[in-house]
Design a binder for this molecule. Sequence first.
Ligand code: TXA
Ligand code: MG
Length: 337
Amino acid sequence: MKPRILKIDPRHIDLELIRQAAEIARGGGLVAFPTETVYGLGANAFDPEAVTSIFEAKKRPLDNPLIVHIADPKDLHRLAENVPPEADKLVERFWPGPLTVVLKKTDLVPDIVTTGLDTIGIRMPSNTIAREFIAASGVPIAAPSANMFGRPSPTTAKHVIEDLKGRIDLVLDGGSTEIGIESTVVEFMDGRVIVLRPGGVDVEQLHGIAGSVEISSGAERTGRSPGEYPQHYSPNARIMLVEDGHFQAEEALSAASGAGSRGQKVGIMAKQEHSALYDGFNVKVLGPENDGRVCASRFFHILREFDAEKVDVIVAEGIPERGLGLAIMNRLRKAAG
Ligand code: TXA
Ligand code: MG
């Protein structure tokens, strides 16, 4: 069964449609909605049964906590306590937006949301459809990305339906998401800011606001960083990552030719600067290597396009790990497994 799909124009939001979505969420249902990063799969964060059904719909392991989304920054202090000054500073600068802060949770938050941890990830999205939906629901909305566990994150309503058809109640279709990769997740320790997952707010921006910023080595899953699986975000095709460097295009060509000669259907995800070098191959352009915004907005989309074309191998060019490039390379390495 297909979920109901409500198309919403982000510039002229039909509040009647938002009200219908909010009613489903309040009644314990699952609503997929756009944020500025990726689509989320939302449920009433105060309803443990509804939150449990998020894990079931996505086949998400029960030890990977959810982010709780709010529409009013004041709700932060209902959901979290002992908030350090660095957290207030970051939230003031980057909310609404692609930043998730991990803080000590209050008793108001059911254990299932945080999978038993005493901390909670909280984010106030900037997407206006998301904010209207959360506000109309009148409760915080727990939401992971609206993909099947392990798959590339969804940047359109179509991606959500590909993965979760028959498993959710409603999709708010607000078009393509603007940023295209998930939020930056940070925690706080003794005055330091620790990045658990790089994302839409880049590390250089964090440095501008907070004194000490560290990137958790967390390619590994730990209790502190339960979402950092070594393999994640994977398309059906196998990914061959060709690292950024002097002979990148030569290496990519040889990998693509090799796979092709073994009878495999090949796609190349290339930097704009190299795309003309792959004449005769199926090439999709990620973007200029120094334009992280463009690359991020296309990344998950391209992985899913290659899947739709039933490509066996994706030869993917790495880009410099600056700005959003760091978050993109974090995803690309996991997708390559
Ligand atoms: O941009 C985003 O963050 C999107 C949109 C929908 O908001 N959401 C998203 O959710 O990416 P999800 O569930 O796919 O990823 C949430 C990440 C996971 O890596 C999870 O482990 C981490 O946040 N996280 C959540 N709560 C945490 C906590 N209490 N401690 C440490 N990490 C936490
Ligand atoms: Mg996810």
